[in-house]
Design a protein around this ligand. Structure first.
Ligand code: 5CA
Length: 440
């Protein structure tokens, strides 16, 4: 992508409305724009990051055996009247009428709709277990939307829903998502700790929130320090192994960890003082087991091996991609801007032409840009006629992991500089060596 033909509206000034660093940096880097309170456009740079986050979420959901579909944002109130949540959900639900005066709503979550899909076609235990997910916009009319896309009214959610014949089966389904979440957050460069959590309007009695530790987090959390160093389940994890996944779940729940709603001061104080961690955190995922809470009122049942009908045991599993992007920034930035983990960086490499219009600089940059693009890298080429200082500041701000800098003096020697955004380390090398480093 040539910067001169891209759309990346960088802000020079610090936006006054931004209270936390991620919100400030997302606005300054031209990643998002607020359209009305708590409702955002994702501008091209932000959209690239969001797409990469979603791709990782999708890969790990698929690996764990979940199947992707797509459900609409607008739902009929009838389904919610069946489950009893239409009245219970309160003011967070955006209620709308269509031209025939039929009550509709903008979905805050999809338990009812997915239960309806399930009951319309699954009739036998032989079709279980089943886990269906989508990545879709949600709307919740939050009392205090704030911190940009961290807590917005319209936001994206990956929501998965599992169906099993028995409670034991449902626990295995829960453990699959538990392990998938550990892997997902790790691949996003985050250390997320699962904590016992309150179930709120989703319901049920088994639930974990996945929390990233950050000073700007909205939740107060308490846990054992050792979680910070626990191993993440590997790529070869067997998601069909009931014992294997139970062992992962048991290990990751063996020590104290709770959000403030579930906090037990006495149990926390049983942890030796030097091993206690009391901090603030950002909830990036939340999983629930709620048994037959929706399947019973909505009549979602299957025939069991005993020939009888059984209401299915369900769970739901949410991740917030539009919250994860600022959470990653909270965890990874410095005074100059964002430092993206390579897995979600909007571009892999930025090529900085320090003197656009200079034949040797132009030729060198074009050569590098073409070679790296051909090798399948996402390359941003800063071919604008801005001053070199402005270009360096922009490259640092948008946080692309590698900068290849071509200035007249180095280019005259057939060389460029390669800078690592995270460490700031710079290395001078031949043009060929710079290309080879990233093509191999
Ligand atoms: N149906 C269940 C799970 S599928 C559910 O709705 N769970 S939730 O309410 O906990 O939301 C799941 C995830 O969505 C949260 O962990 C969070 O990452 C994200 N999320 C929730 N509300 C917001 C919001 N207002 N802004 C941004 N992300 C949000």
């Amino acid at each position: 992508m040539r910067l001169s033909r891209y759309f990346m509206p960088i802000l020079k000034e610090n936006p006054k409305e931004a209270e936390i660093v991620s919100h400030r940096l997302m606005l300054r880097a031209g990643m998002i724009r607020q359209q009305s309170q708590g409702i955002y456009s994702w501008l091209p740079l932000g959209k690239r990051v969001l797409d990469k986050v979603n791709a990782i979420i999708r890969e790990e959901q698929n690996r764990a055996g979940a199947i992707e579909l797509s459900m609409p944002t607008l739902q009929s109130a009838e389904l919610w009247q069946e489950s009893g949540r239409y009245d219970a959900y309160g003011k967070e639900m955006l209620r709308i009428k269509d031209r025939q005066e039929r009550p509709m709503l903008y979905g805050p979550t999809n338990e009812e709709m997915v239960t309806d899909i399930f009951r319309s076609s699954v009739k036998s235990y032989k079709d279980l277990p089943l886990n269906l997910y989508h990545i879709q916009l949600k709307f919740r009319d939050e009392i205090r939307p704030r911190f940009g896309t961290m807590r917005s009214r319209e936001f994206m959610m990956k929501d998965a829903y599992s169906f099993d014949l028995t409670r034991e089966g449902a626990e295995h389904s829960y453990n699959k998502m538990f392990a998938a979440y550990l892997r997902t957050f790790d691949r996003l460069g985050l250390r997320a700790i699962p904590m016992r959590a309150d179930t709120g309007p989703i319901g049920g009695n088994l639930s974990h929130e996945f929390i990233i530790l950050a000073d700007t987090g909205e939740s107060e959390v308490f846990c054992h320090k050792d979680f910070v160093g626990f191993d993440i389940p590997g790529e070869s994890t067997d998601f069909d192994s009931v014992e294997g996944l139970k062992a992962i779940f048991d290990k990751w729940t063996s020590l104290y960890a709770a959000t403030s709603e579930m906090h037990d001061e006495a149990a926390f104080h049983a942890v030796p003082e030097g091993e206690r961690l009391s901090a603030r955190g950002i909830e990036v995922g939340h999983i629930f087991y709620f048994g037959t809470k929706y399947s019973e009122p909505m009549g979602a049942k299957v025939q069991g091996p005993d020939g009888k009908e059984h209401f299915v045991h369900m769970g739901s599993y949410g991740i917030g991609p539009t919250r994860l992007v600022p959470a990653i920034i909270e965890a990874s930035h410095d005074d100059n801007g964002i430092i993206w983990p390579a897995s979600v960086a909007p571009f892999d490499i930025v090529v900085i032409n320090m003197k656009a219009g200079d034949q040797a600089c132009d030729d060198t940059c074009e050569l590098i840009y073409a070679a790296l693009t051909k090798a399948g890298k996402d390359v941003l080429y800063d071919d604008t006629d801005d001053r070199a200082g402005t270009k360096f500041a922009t490259a640092d701000l948008i946080g692309v992991p590698v900068q290849i800098i071509a200035g007249p003096r180095a280019v005259a020697n057939g060389e460029v500089e390669v800078k690592d955004r995270k460490t700031g380390a710079r290395e001078t090398m031949t043009i060929e060596a710079a290309i080879n480093r990233f093509v191999a």
